[in-house]
Design a protein around this ligand. Structure first.
Ligand SMILES: Cc1ncc(C[n+]2csc(CCOP(=O)(O)OP(=O)(O)O)c2C)c(N)n1
Ligand SMILES: [Mg+2]
Length: 361
């Protein structure tokens, strides 16, 4: 895995065309997005402990490079769907901190009107389809989004993220079969943080020595394993898969190696029971994607340490402001509890009126 200190002349994948074409400003934007995700989540954790947020809160701290690097490659007809650890993907597609923080607080101004919470961020206008709490549940939906793109003749793809624990779900294997059989433009990105709740990968999954994504061979599907600390490496690897989807309408399975610094969720008080303090500390000290990218940019002369401090401060202020926004926002009205479950019902369509959502004629 890449180390924290980076020498610009030796940073792997810096000269891949997709990276060589980045301007300094674009590189800073990538840094800013990762820092904003981290400050947003650190702030949410503080307000969780203060009792402002209830329910689940799965933090993405340590994994920011995966969402930021991969989503930075997307265009107009590309779509994103993920699991419950979804804050990083949401901010990467351009959702605002206010709507995201308010959703955590259960407020009406949240992206899901305060009724979805941490696991159910949505922004269809940004091609962002959630936010799913059922492990692996998003994987057939990802195939469906890709199918729709192909059906409509659009040159696009769906990035469908899942955890290393989700790869054992039956639905995922059904989705892989159809994605390959029907040549769907979907990219499955396994965010391999080594654990499913408190269970290590070694205790939960059978896989070839090349890695989890090598299972794709059983489906005649292309695959690759990517180290997830460096944005350069992620962008170079994911770009190949996106190009395969766009140009050949073929699926890919990627495994990106990463690590979560915090517990599975805030309720996971035993975060240090199933892994050692030393392991956590080692990843935080030596494999932190933000530290790595910051050092790349300093090494390249794109930013100074002071620039980084300013970006960090600004992101912290933005996150605090979003919490203030959430606090002063109203809760949804009790009368709205059954709204926003079925689009057809809310929009008084014939299907909604008759209950025939899934049938024509
Ligand atoms: C179908 C189903 N089974 C079990 C759970 C409980 N559960 C929630 S998260 C999780 C672990 C998933 O781990 P992984 O896929 O590696 O994702 P990570 O949390 O590491 O991002 C489990 C078992 C669930 N939500 N859905
Ligand atoms: Mg995991």
């Amino acid at each position: 895995m890449a180390s924290k200190t980076a020498n610009p002349s030796t940073v792997p994948f810096a000269d891949a065309p997709i990276n060589a074409s980045l301007t300094g400003e674009q590189k800073i934007d990538l840094l800013r997005t990762m820092v904003r995700i981290r400050r947003f989540e650190q702030t949410s954790l503080k307000y969780y402990h203060d009792g402002h947020i209830g329910g689940f809160l799965h933090l993405y701290i340590g994994q920011e490079s995966v969402a930021v690097g991969s989503i930075s490659l997307l265009g107009e007809h590309d779509h994103v769907i993920t699991a419950y650890r979804d804050h990083g993907h949401a901010l990467s597609v351009g959702m605002g901190m206010d709507e995201c923080m308010a959703e955590l607080f259960g407020k009406k101004t949240g992206c899901s009107k305060g009724k979805g919470g941490s696991m159910h961020y949505f922004a269809p206008d940004k091609n962002y389809w959630g936010g799913h709490g059922i492990v692996g549940g998003q994987t057939p939906l990802g195939a469906g989004l890709a199918f729709a793109l192909k059906y409509k003749g659009l040159k696009g793809c769906c990035l469908c993220y899942l955890g290393d624990g989700a790869i054992n779900q039956g639905a995922f294997h059904e989705a892989l079969n159809l994605a390959s059989l029907w040549d769907l433009p979907v990219v499955y990105i396994i965010e391999n943080n080594g654990y499913s709740m408190g269970t290590s990968q070694a205790r939960s999954s059978a896989f070839p020595k090349e890695g989890l994504a090598a299972r794709a061979e059983g489906y005649n599907m292309a695959w690759a394993k990517i180290e997830g600390v460096s944005l350069y490496e992620i962008r170079a690897g994911v770009q190949e898969a996106v190009a395969r989807a766009h140009n050949e309408s073929k699926p890919t399975m990627l495994e990106i190696m990463t690590y979560r610094h915090k517990g599975h969720s805030v309720a996971d008080a035993n975060a240090e029971k199933y892994r050692t303090k030393e392991e956590i500390q080692r990843y935080m000290n030596e494999h932190d994607p933000i530290e790595f990218w910051k050092n790349v940019l300093i090494g390249e002369g794109v930013i100074t340490e002071d620039d980084y401090k300013a970006i960090n401060k600004e992101a912290g202020a933005e996150a605090e402001a979003s919490a203030a926004f959430a606090i002063k926002s109203p809760y949804p009205d009790e009368s709205e509890i059954f709204d926003d479950i079925y689009w057809e019902v809310d929009n008084h369509t014939e299907a909604g009126r008759t209950g025939r959502h899934f049938f024509h004629g």
